[in-house]
Design a protein around this ligand. Structure first.
Ligand code: NDP
Length: 394
């Protein structure tokens, strides 16, 4: 019997890699929902190719083009945030959460409410609402499988292990496109500079987050939330080759490393076939050819996002939601050329400070609505702060 699959963020980098794997074993899957944003042509092409039940764009103004592109196919079309939720409520055995940003949170929640398997690439879900999301999965007998390569690596290293024996978890970081730039040049980095990632081919936003290490900051928090590991046991190291994705240290001194080519189809495929391992079309590593694997400490002066992540983990409560929303606004301003690369962390820090005077950040987020409201309030505050900074420098 074929397995039913929905993909949220199907037109993006993770979504396309997921479809690539499904395409190779076409008969084994039935596609329920595919969602995208502005890339209507890709969404329509994929919906046709995979005979999806429904195609959803998150943008209302993209609906006429989507409707036109799929007319006569019998594939349902819809647009907007509510339509994403309705698509998540359609029965599917396996759901990929690969929307970028906090917009991915609500559809993932709904998929969990139906007791499904949620393959989670959208790390923002755990950063903004980790305890709620994990509780939702438990309450509905649903399962969350990590898709972020580092977290998939930790997950794999932990198979059959006792969590009480875990001393530390180390997630590696490539250091991003600017890792070898002199510190004093970083302020001049453009979007194109930050997007020239040496190893991974990813969406624009995560690639820039990789250069600023905000991506790694999100992943430290994601590690804490997914595995329930104390923040002082979680660390990151710079590993320029991106071959070792994570290491788990145990109380007998053993350090289990996960190695693999920098290709997201490994982690996606692992989550797709779990608990089995199946053949995947990823490059096999030739250790002799590789010769060198380097590791060095991540400099927190160069990457202030890491220190902010530590602060967020220590605060708990709503700090993750504030951190993520402020980071998304800072990134929007950098992409739009209104904020320097090195000023993103300052804006996030200032927003965390401002929000800590408006709400009690340590209070637990008790519902999805509270998280979304905190996210919204933070965006308004971060926009204000960004605009007033711009006026001061104009
Ligand atoms: P992309 O930017 O490539 O794709 C994002 C997807 O989300 C697209 O389908 C896009 O539509 C859609 N989208 C954009 N904005 C919205 C919105 N407001 N509401 C609903 N959908 C929206 O991102 P990636 O695939 O790189 O990343 C997706 C997620 O996976 C992120 O959370 C990222 O951190 C995580 N991740 C990504 C990795 C990677 O290798 N790319 C590795 C590990 C984690 P459209 O393009 O049509 O506008």
């Amino acid at each position: 019997m074929s397995r039913s699959v929905s993909i949220f963020g199907a037109t993006g980098s993770i979504g396309q890699s997921t479809l690539d794997l499904i395409r190779r074993d076409r008969g084994a899957y039935r596609i329920v929902a595919l969602t995208g944003g502005r890339n209507v042509a890709q969404l329509a092409a994929d919906a046709r190719e995979f005979s999806a039940e429904i195609a959803v764009t998150c943008f209302d103004d993209c609906l006429p083009a989507l409707r036109e592109a799929l007319s006569g196919t019998g594939i349902a079309v819809a647009a907007g945030a509510e339509a994403l939720i309705e698509a998540a409520d359609r029965p599917a055995d396996w759901t990929m959460s690969a929307i970028v940003g906090a917009a991915g949170l609500a559809p993932g929640f709904h998929a969990l409410r139906h007791g499904r398997t949620l393959a989670l690439a959208n790390k923002e879900s755990l950063v903004t609402a980790g305890p709620l999301l994990m509780a939702e999965a438990r309450a509905h007998g649903a399962r969350i499988l990590p898709v972020d390569s580092e977290h998939s690596a930790v997950f794999q290293a932990l198979v059959g292990e006792d969590m009480a024996a875990v001393e530390r978890v180390i997630i590696t970081a490539s250091g991003g496109a600017l890792r070898d730039w002199p510190l004093e040049r970083l302020a001049q980095a453009t979007v194109a500079d930050a997007c020239a990632h040496p190893n991974w081919d990813m969406g624009q936003r995560i690639t820039i987050d990789s250069a600023s290490m905000f991506n790694k900051a999100l992943e430290l928090i994601e590690t804490r939330e997914f595995f329930g590991i104390a923040p002082d046991k979680i660390d990151t190291v710079i590993h320029p080759q991106s071959i070792v994705h994570a290491l788990v240290g145990f109380n007998d001194g053993a350090l289990m490393a996960h190695l693999g080519a920098p290709d997201m189809r490994h982690a996606i495929g692992y989550a797709l076939h779990w608990p089995e391992r199946r053949d995947l079309p990823v490059e096999r590593i030739d250790l002799a050819k590789l010769a060198t694997l380097e590791f060095r400490a991540a400099d927190e002066a160069r990457f202030p996002a890491l220190a902010l992540a530590r602060q967020v983990m220590a605060t708990g409560g709503g700090a993750g939601a504030v951190f993520n929303a402020a980071k998304e606004v800072a990134l929007d301003h950098f992409i739009a050329g209104r904020l320097r690369f090195t000023d993103m962390a300052g804006l996030v820090e200032a927003t965390l400070d401002a929000m800590s005077r408006e709400i009690r950040l340590t209070d637990a987020m008790d519902s999805l609505e509270t998280v979304l409201q905190t996210d919204h309030l933070t965006r308004v505050r971060a926009e204000d702060l960004a605009n007033s900074r711009q006026e001061q420098t104009a």
